[in-house]
Structure formats: C-alpha cells, structure tokens
Design a protein around this ligand. Structure first.
Ligand code: GRF
Length: 223
C-alpha cells in the first residue's frame, strides 16, 4: 500500500514546528521561503530562545509545558490538541527534546518529521558527535526522517554527510553537521509540501523523481 504524506489537500499546505531550544533549524525552515504556511511554532519550554525568533518572523507561538502534566500521555494529549487546532499537514520536530508516545506518533503518521544529528541508523539518541569521534568514524552527518514509535529509526527522507577531521571536538563537528542540517531540513519539508515523497508500506521513502546525481565523499580525502 502506498501512502503519500500530507496529500489530503490540494491547496497550500500548513506546517507546525515544535522546538525546545535555540531553534536554529526552525529558523532555517522559516527563512527557506517554503511553499507552505507556518501555522505555529510550539515549545514545551516557555523560555526556549527559538520562540522569540519565531515571533520576530511574525509566526504565532504556543507553549505546552511538559512540567504542567503528570505523565507523558497527558502531555502528548495536550500537545496534540494544540497542534490539531492549527490543522497542519506537516509537523516538524526541530530540536524538540521530548520522547513522544506511540499513540501521538501514530496520530501523525506520514506527516511528522524530525532532524537528527547523525547518519541514522548509526548514533540514535544523545551525544551523537562525541560518540562518533570516540569511535573514530571518518564520516558523520545528519538525517531527516519520518517519526515512528521506534525512536530515531523512522523512514529516512534525506541525509547529509560530512568528514570528521583529525582535530575535531564534539563542538566543531556539531557546527559542521548543523550547517548541513540547515540545508537538508528545508529541502525535506519542501518535498513534503510538494507531495514529492512516497512512503511505502515497508517504511522506505522514495523521491518521485528519476534523475539523482551521485558522487562519493571520501574522508580523509584521497591524495
Ligand atoms: C539539532 O542538532 C537537531 O539535529 C537536534 O537538536 C538540535 C537542535 O538545534 N534534534 P536547533 O534548536 O535547531 O538549533
């Protein structure tokens, strides 16, 4: 069975972005001139710096503070109610630091996406850059994927790879990866807006375009 994410409307789609912190990926989405309406930015933290950035862009903001709820289920229910009031076609997690319940994730099947700072399925979870450096990998990166109940393991939409350099610290590597996050997240959301993605029944994502240039990143570089 094929499912086209977010294809329930012919008109311009609408996007809700969830954040918890500084919101640099959110900013990249807001400044990418995407063919959609950003209905709201929602944070689970009232003091998330990204909220002010959203307001400066004229975007409505909401706070659903997880601390106000006794458990994950009730928080997720309140969050879903706030999101659904905006009637979004696409929900983008952009540094949203809460684990979501299977029920919540299922409710947004095919329209909930996340950006993760590693080349999934490697390095799910936290401290991805430090773990990559510790393992001595030479290539690291970032991934945009659909969110499923399996944390950091949903269908992959797009990835970007960067070299891990000899003197990298987690901070320098994070900076190099983040620059790529800001490129691939808007691209993934743009594809969703344009119904360019097909999510198949086996959990794989295809871009409905045949031509795909290919080249290799070799790190360290060949001499
Ligand atoms: C990014 O590295 C993203 O991949 C991860 O959390 C970080 C959020 O950064 N999920 P920002 O708030 O978008 O600047």
């Amino acid at each position: 069975m094929k499912h086209r994410p977010g294809s329930n409307k012919a008109a311009e789609k609408s996007l809700v972005i969830l954040i918890s912190g500084r919101g640099s990926n959110m900013r990249a989405l807001l400044e990418a001139d995407l063919p959609c309406r950003v209905a709201a930015v929602i944070s689970n933290k009232a003091d998330a710096p990204g909220l002010e950035v959203a307001r400066q862009h004229g975007i409505a903001t909401r706070v659903v503070a997880h601390r106000d709820y006794p458990d994950r289920e009730s928080f997720d229910a309140a969050l879903a109610a706030t999101i659904d009031a905006c009637q979004p076609d696409i929900v983008a997690l952009a540094g949203f630091m809460r684990i979501l319940t299977p029920r919540f994730v299922e409710h947004y099947h095919g329209r909930l996406v996340n950006i993760h700072p590693s080349l999934l399925p490697a390095y799910g979870g936290l401290d991805t850059h430090a773990r990559a450096i510790k393992d001595g990998v030479k290539i690291h990166g970032c991934t945009v994927h659909f969110v499923t109940a399996d944390l950091d393991h949903g269908p992959i939409i797009i990835q970007a790879a960067v070299p891990v350099l000899w003197r990298d610290t987690p901070a320098t590597l994070a900076e190099r990866v983040l620059r790529q996050e800001h490129r691939i997240y808007p691209q993934a959301v743009r594809w969703l807006c344009m119904d360019s993605l097909v999510l198949d029944g086996e959990g794989k994502v295809y871009l409905n375009r045949v031509e795909q240039p290919g080249f290799a990143l070799v790190a360290p570089a060949l001499e």
